[in-house]
Design a protein around this ligand. Structure first.
Ligand SMILES: CO[C@H](O)c1c[n+]2c([nH]1)[C@H](O)[C@@H](O)[C@H](O)[C@H]2CO
Length: 448
């Protein structure tokens, strides 16, 4: 009989989504275009021609969705604000209808005892700012800080939990180096600049929050722990490069004031000499770190792979993600323990963790059975608890995702929701994984 599991008494159990993936109506009520409304309108960019034009219609069904969260007993809800609903041109005049939408959502969450956790940026940059260089223009740190200030002034106090950016690595690698995500660039020289400006913007927003905010602010990074495929020196070196590029490229400047040396090795002449004062801005003190964990990577040297010269060795038990993300719960424990070892005892929240599997059609009993996701969730929650037992100051967990939604360029086919969405009828149906998660929340993990 395994030892009963106990999470800390006030552990924050919740779920996560993002604006473009669930809201729909991206241009409603005065909102401006974003790089994702543009990308989605470009033939071939999103699988099956899917777009966020309707998605989960959350823009109209937000009250129903909060009631759904309440029915699951969720303590918190992590969502993002669409910058171009608030500032249609990215800067300048505030669109009060955009403010009103998020105000209604926040007040409904609070009325239902659910902590709103607001992400300022989850990838949907205003198109008007992209026209001015977007993340490649150093001025974006000021544009982002001004946008953040509007939301801080309107919502701080009702929102007590702020995140500046969701996953600067994905924004950079997907949008500027390899190109599968908006704005779809493939440029070795642009990627470091975009990445550095994302971190500068993060720092500038935190600085504004320290002037006017009274609660908590942090950053959310995706961490994919890297394990060498062999003890061959070139595989060890490849693993180090992969860890520096995906993981330490963001945490080292924020917590240690410099980039990992491997980045100059990877980017060569494309890696600028950054001004020292930038690291004072980037290194603003944070109240927490958010970590998104999905899988690990087993790395080997591969001379032909641009620009890292690293290849991932595919593993056996994988999810149905297009690159087959391995189910590896130990990686979650390792990630959290390693964060504490390398960066110290800052409070940690797992802000995304989930899996996509082909969900069989609902059974005769009308219930949406998702056994693979249930198994994955249980294993990851045990791994989470193992990290707490090893001393990690883990404060909360947001399952990705509340709803099946638009999986960016992969469209609606990749379902991550614990609640099934019929995109024809917009009917929501809790899957077995949602019923399990509700029990986990109600028992604070004791049912695991
Ligand atoms: C590299 O994987 C990242 O950790 C990651 C995975 N995911 C994410 N980031 C994004 O934050 C979500 O918008 C995605 O829907 C979700 C599922 O793909």
């Amino acid at each position: 009989m395994s030892k009963p599991i106990h999470f800390p008494p006030d552990f924050l159990w919740g779920s996560a989504t993002s604006a473009y993936q669930i809201e729909g109506a991206p241009l409603a009520d005065g909102a401006g275009h974003s790089i994702w409304t543009r990308f989605a309108a470009t033939p071939g960019k999103i699988a099956n021609g899917d777009t966020g034009d309707i998605a989960c219609d959350h823009y109209h069904r937000w009250r129903e969705d909060v009631a759904l969260m309440r029915s699951l007993g969720l303590k918190a809800y992590r969502f993002s604000v669409s910058w171009s609903r608030i500032l249609p041109q990215g800067t300048g005049a505030v669109n009060e209808a955009g403010i009103a939408f998020y105000e209604k959502l926040i007040d409904e969450l609070l009325a239902n005892g659910i902590e709103p956790m607001l992400t300022l940026y989850h990838w949907d940059l205003p198109a008007a700012l992209d026209d001015r260089g977007g993340w490649l223009n150093p001025a974006i740190a000021d544009w982002f800080a001004d946008y953040a200030r509007v939301l801080f002034e309107r919502f701080d106090g009702r929102v007590c939990f702020w995140t500046t950016l969701n996953e600067p690595w994905v924004v950079t690698d997907g949008g500027y180096l390899h190109g599968p995500l908006a704005p779809g660039h493939r440029n070795l020289y642009e990627a470091p600049i975009a990445s550095h400006n994302l971190l500068r913007a993060h720092g500038a927003a935190v600085k504004v929050y320290r002037e006017i905010g009274k609660h908590r602010i942090g950053l959310v990074v995706n961490i994919e722990p890297k394990y060498p495929a062999s003890d061959e020196p070139q595989d060890i070196a490849a693993t180090r490069r992969a860890d520096a590029y995906m993981n330490r490229q963001y945490l080292d400047p924020v917590f240690h004031g410099h980039y990992p040396a491997e980045l100059k090795e990877i980017f060569g002449a494309a890696w600028p000499d950054w001004p020292r004062e930038d690291f004072d801005l980037i290194g603003q003190k944070l109240d927490y770190i958010g970590i998104n964990y999905y899988t690990r990577s087993v790395c080997r040297h591969e001379e032909t792979n641009w620009p890292l010269k690293v290849a991932a060795v595919r593993q056996t038990q994988s999810t149905h993600m297009e690159t087959g993300w391995e189910v590896f719960p130990q990686g979650l424990t390792d990630t959290l323990v390693e964060f504490r070892r390398r960066y110290g005892d800052l409070p940690v929240y797992v802000m995304e963790n989930g899996s996509t599997f082909y969900d069989p059609p609902n059974a005769e009993d009308g219930q949406m059975h998702d056994p693979l996701r249930v198994d994955c969730l249980k294993k990851n929650l045990h791994a989470l608890h193992a990290a707490i037992e090893q001393g990690v100051d883990l404060r909360g967990y947001m399952v990705w995702s509340l709803l099946d939604n638009l999986e960016w360029s992969l469209g609606f086919a990749k379902r991550f929701g614990i609640v099934h969405v019929n995109f024809e009828t917009q009917q929501r149906t809790p899957k077995d994984s949602a019923l399990l998660y509700a029990q986990v929340v109600a028992s604070n993990g004791a049912c695991l």
